[in-house]
Design a protein around this ligand. Structure first.
Ligand code: ADP
Ligand code: MG
Length: 342
């Protein structure tokens, strides 16, 4: 079959022009392709540890950047498998099942994080306490479930970080009382974010953000400008009350709007006062800015329980650490380092 064009009189200059166009087109595609394929911003979202994970980074080699992003997600899964109380065979669940009956040997990694959490109990006078779970285990926010008065009464004496005995020599942990449960929900996401940043940095990444729910850490910049992390309005999820520019630091926010249900005009949410085994109502949210996310995570939960005065006093005593607190009337409070900037 003859192509209709072949019936037209030949016009060599047009064909030459077209050929040149095609050559130019191929050339420009070739020039663009290596740029696109070999360098750039990579962004990945996922749902791990019961929360939204976000990884954004710049790498000279896009394939390597994608591999590092995957390594971060793998690390989050690994930490979840180690520390989740929802997984019956996690190392943490094995501790909860057996440590009241005698010492349980644990990995040095998990033991180190538990020791760090216990240190926070000491500096917060017990406001941060992983044994909150002795009562916390009876709450199910999704299904609007809370402990009965009797369950709460029985659980309360088990909430005390001093019941947790660590033997670093044998890398073991023991609960000195029946009924004690621990949960690392107030520190594990920050830890996962810090571990992720170590993976990215050792892979040569210099500009990145890693977030796990309310815990974020950034290094370098985002397209030549500081990273910005928003503090959301505690009663309006579409509104941001403050944008915090960050470079090489971490920020964690704890809020009473993350996991909760309401009953009889009371908001039952996931941050408990270890003294009562019930939700803390002094503030709506607390955000902590510091060097690493493990610390900002533990501190945001701590300050939430401590309230405005004791919370600010604690944060003002820790170098290079700042706080933005929204109290239960919606008023904002700042640590001294930030108040100077207002
Ligand atoms: P999230 O990012 O899940 O909102 P937060 O950093 O605000 O986490 O911490 C809340 C979590 O901390 C709860 O879900 C629970 O697992 C744990 N937690 C609650 N109360 C305390 C407490 N008083 N001390 C230590 N951990 C707590
Ligand atoms: Mg926290």
């Amino acid at each position: 079959m003859t192509h209709p064009h072949s019936l037209m009189p030949s016009r060599p200059h047009t064909i030459n022009n077209r050929a040149r166009h095609v050559r130019l087109l191929i050339l420009s595609i070739l020039m663009l392709l290596p740029l696109d394929a070999s360098a750039g911003w990579i962004r990945q979202e996922a749902a791990i540890m019961g929360t939204a994970i976000n990884v954004e980074l710049w790498h000279e080699d896009a394939a390597q950047g994608r591999a590092l992003t995957q390594a971060v997600l793998d690390e989050m899964h690994r930490i979840d498998n180690l520390m989740s109380t929802y997984k019956p065979d996690s190392e943490l669940s094995l501790i909860n099942a057996n440590a009241a009956d005698g010492p349980v040997t644990v990995s040095t990694e998990l033991l180190s994080l538990i020791i760090r959490a216990l240190d926070y109990s000491v500096i917060t006078a017990g406001a941060f306490d992983i044994t909150y779970a002795s009562a916390g285990q009876y709450y199910d926010y999704r299904n609007a479930k809370k402990p009965s008065d009797r369950q709460l009464e029985q659980a309360l004496p088990a909430i005390n970080y001093r019941h947790v005995k660590i033997d670093p020599q044998s890398s073991s942990i023991e609960f000195m009382r029946q009924g004690v449960r621990i949960d690392l929900g107030g520190i594990a996401k920050g830890y996962a974010v810090d571990r992720s940043m170590e993976i990215l940095r050792s892979g040569g990444v210099e500009n990145a953000i890693v977030s796990a729910g309310g815990d974020s850490r950034v290094i370098g910049k985002r397209r030549d400008r500081p990273w910005n992390v928003g503090i959301r309005h505690p009663r309006n999820k579409d509104s941001i009350v403050s944008m915090i520019p960050l470079e090489n630091s971490a920020i964690s926010t704890s809020g009473d709007y993350e996991r909760y249900f309401e009953e009889g005009g009371v908001r039952y949410h996931h941050i408990l006062n270890p003294g009562t085994g019930t939700s803390s109502h002094e503030v709506h949210s607390s955000s902590i800015i510091g060097a690493v996310a493990t610390d900002t995570d533990a501190l945001s939960t701590s300050v939430f329980v401590l309230g405005v005065n004791d919370g600010l006093q604690l944060i003002n005593s820790i170098p290079d650490t700042e706080a933005v607190i929204i109290d239960n009337q919606g008023r904002m409070h700042y640590s001294t380092g930030l108040a100077q900037l207002q």
